[in-house]
Design a protein around this ligand. Structure first.
Ligand code: NAP
Ligand code: GCO
Length: 264
């Protein structure tokens, strides 16, 4: 029988006080996993703990900036001591800056690369030795449609997410022999705080042009929800995907397959 259960597993989801990370961690908890998450600020960790408790989930929350290698190493050591060895890692924490490239400073570009690409390297590097000791592990990197496509104003984000796709493939290549599977999830356009600016109503009450654009570009004719990502993530976190490695699973309502609704 195919095993989709996460019973007895310890799952770390970075940046999971809310948004996609919160939905994935909540879904993992319902599939039997013990949940660990982090955020940069204690107040957000507390907010996240309260939200998990309200959902009937006992989560372990810690303050950690995933771009800080010293903090991450101490964080992982603390989890292994206080909760247990990590079986599942979801590199979810991420930021975006929407600035035309020639107006973006190098510091702004580096900041996005730091969170969206350097941090998944730092966290995976800290977690993999424990997975090798355990004889198994699942790493899921939250990529993006921008791992495949570009668009105006998101140069740093697309570069980071494109790199994250290749980091995913490289971890799969280098650690597959230790029964560690590393895959990506590439969400389409998902309704979270990160995309709120693309959906807000215009001063005249009309829809944001980008909102209408995305709905026309998506065969499912809607924005995704964080919950749309939970089933695919449980699959990649479970033994059901033990022979899936180095794959980016796009959960995008079909947008990457579609040229877009023709003008009437
Ligand atoms: P979000 O609502 O902005 O949440 C991002 C989370 O990451 C927040 O909890 C944030 O905490 C945390 N974070 C940011 N920088 C961090 C750092 N240095 N250390 C620790 N935590 C940090 O974003 P989301 O929409 O849920 O997206 C989650 C992931 O999915 C991101 O990697 C994003 O790129 C990716 N994604 C999103 C979409 C979409 O349409 N929403 C589509 C494809 C991919 P703070 O609040 O403290 O900053
Ligand atoms: C943007 C959006 C996208 C989504 C996502 C799409 O400004 O284009 O924020 O980048 O967040 O990454 O997969």
């Amino acid at each position: 029988m195919v095993n989709f259960s996460l019973e007895g597993k310890v799952a770390l989801v970075t940046g999971a006080s809310y948004g996609i990370g919160f939905a994935l961690a909540s879904g993992f908890a319902k599939a039997g996993a013990t949940i660990v998450f982090n955020d940069i600020k204690q107040e957000l960790v507390d907010k996240g703990l309260a939200a998990y408790e309200a959902a009937g989930i006992k989560a372990h929350g810690y303050v950690c900036d995933v771009t800080n290698e010293e903090q991450v190493n101490a964080f992982i050591a603390r989890i292994e001591k206080e909760v247990g060895g990590i079986d599942i890692l979801v590199n979810n924490a991420g930021i975006i800056k929407r600035i035309p490239m020639i107006e973006m400073t190098a510091a702004e570009f580096r900041q996005v690369i730091d969170v969206d690409l350097n941090a998944p390297f730092i966290v995976a590097k800290a977690v993999i030795p424990g997975m090798i000791k355990k004889g198994h592990g699942k790493i899921i990197n939250i990529c993006s449609m921008m791992s495949e496509l570009g668009r105006e104003t998101v140069s740093a984000y697309a570069a980071a997410k494109g790199g994250l796709k290749m980091l995913t493939r490289n971890i799969a290549s280098e650690y597959g022999e230790f029964n560690i599977q590393c895959n990506g999830i590439g969400p389409g356009y998902i309704a979270t705080p990160q995309t709120a600016p693309l959906r807000e109503k215009q001063p005249d009450g009309s829809r944001h042009p980008f909102d209408a654009f995305i709905v026309a570009k998506t065969p499912a004719a809607r924005w995704g929800t964080p919950e749309d990502l939970v089933g695919p993530a449980i699959f990649l976190a479970s033994e059901a995907s033990d022979f899936v490695n180095g794959h980016v699973l796009y959960v995008d309502g079909g947008i990457l397959a579609y040229i877009g609704k023709q003008p009437k």
